[in-house]
Design a protein around this ligand. Sequence first.
Ligand SMILES: Nc1nc2c(c(=O)[nH]1)N[C@H]1C(S)=C(S)[C@@H](COP(=O)(O)OP(=O)(O)OC[C@H]3O[C@@H](n4cnc5c(=O)[nH]c(N)nc54)[C@H](O)[C@@H]3O)O[C@H]1N2
Ligand SMILES: Nc1nc2c(c(=O)[nH]1)N[C@H]1C(S)=C(S)[C@@H](COP(=O)(O)OP(=O)(O)OC[C@H]3O[C@@H](n4cnc5c(=O)[nH]c(N)nc54)[C@H](O)[C@@H]3O)O[C@H]1N2
Ligand code: SF4
Ligand SMILES: [Mo]
Length: 727
Amino acid sequence: MPRTAPRICPLCEATCGLTLTLDGSRVTGARGDADDVFSKGFICPKGAAFGQLDGDPDRLTAPLVRTDGRLREASWAEAFDLIAARVRPLVEEHGPHAVGVVLGNPNVHTMAGALYPPALLGALGTRSLFTASTVDQMPKHVSSGLLFGDPFAVPVPDLDRTDHLLLIGANPLESNGSLCTAPDFPGRLKALRARGGTLTVIDPRRTRTAGLADRHVAIRPGADAALLAALANVLVTERLAAPGPHLTDRIDGLRELEDAVKEFSPEAVAGVCDVPAEVIRDVARELAAAPTAAVYVRVGGSTVAFGTLANWLVDVLNVLTGNLDRPGGALFPLSATSPSGPPSRRGFALGRWRSRVGGHPEAKGELPLAALAEEIATPGDGRVRALITIAANPVLSAPDGDRLDRALADALDLMVCVDPYLNETSRHADVILPPPPPSRSAHFDFAFNGFAVRNQVRYTPAPVPLDPGAMDECEIHARLVLAVSGLHGAEPSAVDDLIVDRLLRRAGASPDLAADLTGATGPERILDLMLRLGPYEGLTLDALRAAPHGIDLGPLRPRLDQVLRTRTGRIDLLPEPIAADLPRLRASLDARRADGTLLLVGRRHLRSNNSWMHNLPALNGGSNRCTLHIHPRDAERLAVTDGSAVRVRSAGGEIEAPAEVTDTVREGVVSLPHGWGHDRPGTRLSVAAARPGANVNQLLDGSLLDPLSGTAVLNAFEVTVRPALAP
Ligand SMILES: Nc1nc2c(c(=O)[nH]1)N[C@H]1C(S)=C(S)[C@@H](COP(=O)(O)OP(=O)(O)OC[C@H]3O[C@@H](n4cnc5c(=O)[nH]c(N)nc54)[C@H](O)[C@@H]3O)O[C@H]1N2
Ligand SMILES: Nc1nc2c(c(=O)[nH]1)N[C@H]1C(S)=C(S)[C@@H](COP(=O)(O)OP(=O)(O)OC[C@H]3O[C@@H](n4cnc5c(=O)[nH]c(N)nc54)[C@H](O)[C@@H]3O)O[C@H]1N2
Ligand code: SF4
Ligand SMILES: [Mo]
């Protein structure tokens, strides 16, 4: 008998509620859950492909262990025995930093990835931590750390109430949003327009999002920080800056900030932005004139040379216009599992240590993912000799995959991957620990509820029980923690107890609370505790289980005083590390480019998800192709024709891809999507390998970083394009 079950979609930050159709243990369909309190029935093609993803025959169903150079299926016991036997001696001989940890994107989309990595890192004591943040949103964390004292305090646009949205370097009509969790982002943007609000989009491509906008500014890539500084300049010089009474006694450094943006007049930045000064003035005036407004930036303004400055300026503009922490502006969500009680005033520090080879400062305890290869391959004390990757495919997602590929192959004593696929990265593993498909896992969004445009809370238990021989990902993580801490063989519940203890102690709560926790599993008990310790009275796991479509907790509310963790308890508008980086931005205004220079930017397709969903027939194909978008005038100048193969070259490398001539990119800009390049041997990705595409990150050598955050420059770098020679 077919039945249905709710499951929150883990495939992007929108966190839509889905209704799965199940035939026995097989997922036969997925539709949007019309009763979901937040997503109200929305679904996209990725969510609709849930069944195919869940049942992908290429998924690993048992651990793989390398013996005599070859990966073969093994028991869980054998896999964890091997890890326990190899990690501790390595740490004892070479120190804790010799074990590197890479946490990839899906970690923020699983309960395991939210709950256990801190315990793993604590057990290892390593500083060799690399995550997807440094190819993504680290500039926002650094900016929030410096402004608000908390790298996780991210103001999100009040999408459903704002009168004006200034959206920079983001394409939520394809990505469905990021650091702004909003199921049905497209519908919410249309609703903004329908209620008389306005949308301005800044993007070198005329994206589908830009197609919805009242104003689209096709900026030259990489120049957003300059443009944003000029917007601040206009607000200041035209006396349009009005932080408002709710902020005036919460901010320091307004005068210093005004001085700092003086040299960024619209006229001064117009050249580098390739946007007329008058347009910049208009954008600033519209922002100031809107009754409420929110400024928002994502990937296209973050993975660039001035990513931290751009992210900082976004919140500076939200402050200057009085829109920070007010309805209709940019507000701090209050998630059900965020700790309640008064915030500490510890502040935020950058660069507490540096990477061994490149000397890159840590940010939020992390080193740049772009520096992973050199940390493995460069001999010397403190070299990374063992690597644990969890839900990460850095061979494709980070700069210079070829170099990392070689480092993983040649220079590691041990590599452990927690991953359902044998892919470009995990093919180098000594042990692969495969988590079950998502239909076999419970789901709760620990991370994304903290970035959601509406406070709400939802939990979906696993729709289908584990298959025989499979292991829940939470248990995999717990056993991994035990294996690396010398407690191999102990019950994984010991790790759950440890996490519960820590939470209780941090909250100053009575240890007796542990006895009250409900929940059939360790992670459920931890979730129950976090809800009980959280800011919403009476919220428990039982309450959530009784509300399978979620509980709405209302619109975002002003709460700046609960959020600020700076030592002063105030916002320093011009933090010292930012001030020290501004001369670099100033210098960029004078940079001259040769005529005909092309800058490359990325793009996402609706039916894609970074590097790992090209293996689903429903998603790989049609318009989701790895092509180089090039403007007709550039194509003509370079004798490139639509559909023909072109060579793309940059300082970091060279790749080949078919050209797609389109005026959706501005002149002087070409665009390639990322996550492709599935042509390496030894993987088990039969669909992806048949249409491998090219790895755009092979154009980068990992040397280009935003210095404040260590984030790789993945957008707005120079390339040359020429027709590929006939074979
Ligand atoms: N050029 C360029 N490069 C980019 C970007 C760009 O815009 N341009 N974007 C960057 C961004 S924003 C990001 S976030 C990164 C993403 O890069 P990564 O963090 O490397 O993530 P993915 O490429 O999504 O690969 C996810 C891995 O997790 C595995 N996985 C899937 N589901 C699960 C699960 O439930 N559990 C576990 N343990 N593993 C799972 C998949 O098999 C895959 O190996 O890429 C970055 N790279
Ligand atoms: N379908 C799909 N959805 C996804 C993902 C996916 O791979 N596919 N990945 C998920 C992940 S990990 C993330 S982080 C989010 C990202 O979510 P978004 O940030 O919305 O991601 P993108 O679609 O890459 O949008 C970035 C935009 O920036 C533009 N851009 C590039 N360079 C510049 C520049 O210098 N200045 C300006 N102003 N714009 C620039 C690009 O043209 C592009 O339109 O998406 C998530 N959702
Ligand atoms: S928008 Fe994101 S969360 Fe919603 S169905 Fe699509 S992939 Fe899943
Ligand atoms: Mo991302």
